[in-house]
Design a protein around this ligand. Sequence first.
Ligand code: GLN
Length: 449
Amino acid sequence: MIESRESEVHAFNLIAREKAIEAAAEIDKAVASGRDPGPLAGVPVALKDNLCTRGLATTCSSRILEGWEPPYDATVVERLAAAGAVVVGKTNLDEFAMGSSTEHSAFGPTHNPHDLTRVPGGSSGGSAAAVAAGFAPIALGSDTGGSIRQPASLCGVVGVKPTYGLVSRYGLIAFASSFDQIGPFANDVADAALTLEVIGGHDPLDSTSIPSQVPDLAKNLDRGVEGLRVGLVRELLEGIDEDVVSRVHEVADLFSSAGAEVDFVSVPAVEYGLTAYYLIAPAEASSNLARYDGVRYGMRAEGADVKLMNSSTRRSGFGDEVIARVMLGTFALSAGYYDAYYGKAQKVRTLTRRDFDAAYANHDVLLSPTSPSVAFKFGERSDPMSMYRCDTCTVPSNLIGDPAMSIPFGTGAYDMPVGVQVMAPQLGESLMFQTASFIESQAPVGGTP
Ligand code: GLN
């Protein structure tokens, strides 16, 4: 499957053919000797190329990491291996996970398997496309401001951002540490639930890891939605393409018909979500990316002294979007501007938390579109602001650490997939998956690549 379409889709930065064959042979041995091969025995998994894999190049789709091989596996990679999954490759992304289309990858973009002239979304576009094209039934991505959910929506697959701290970030190359969270892509809700059960749970190697296990997600999937209190977030239906909004309304009607209580709910602070995100994320990135100095990792450009070597490495190793973010972040944190920008953005975070708490006081889950539009054409969002607007519906959950997921629901303009977002309170994954499973059971059929 990978061989037949990868040349046109370009989901992968690296295909781990030999290693995958070796790992599969090990699973065969385990089965032959009567050992339990694990819940994901032999299942091919694609990993976003910002997850550390021991001895396997990890690039973040950046020139600056070219040639670097991590000396250790990310916790999620270890857990997948222990469950019997087989890593088939590392997937393409926007450089350092900054973007919403994979057009910022240093190695060229990924193409949407449903229409090769359109983007797969981003930044985990390679992982979303790998699942949509049938290259792997499961993939992992990272979601800092929507990078799992938005590409899942654009590629017509399921994508989950778990509660912050539910999945260990150990071995995920840091972008904005107070937002970053790893999660699964899958063809259906049940596979996503199983994968989250495997990768989630406490890890002493990540200080922000929640000291509890992932709840049993699979067991609630068929419980239905009767009596469920569902809120449609009013502010997240504004400025959204009509084809997408009408799909979300269809879903809301299906909930009502199934006995759920559906109403509109207002979460006013989401209006400032994008602005706050695009101050805090670059601020954290400017600090996290300071480590790429030409000494410790990957490439080095020549310079007459250490300082010049350092700056020429960074100038030639980072792409324009990464450089812009580092500069914005450094500015937002600089003396005299800190309170006006970074400090204010943190206040928006608190306001957002309060508004969502108020919404959850009388709702179990919230609904919105995942992305303001279906997949767009390459080059269509060359102005940074128009690209940043792709994240309107997804950043609120990152600002407050709540779980959210995207479920495919039919198609919109150009016959491209539409995703509906379900949001839940912290550690509300069980109810979120139950809700998602209902949406999936009602989804119109069609739109396969
Ligand atoms: N599109 C957002 C950004 O560019 C989100 C990225 C992400 O979630 N990694 O920052």
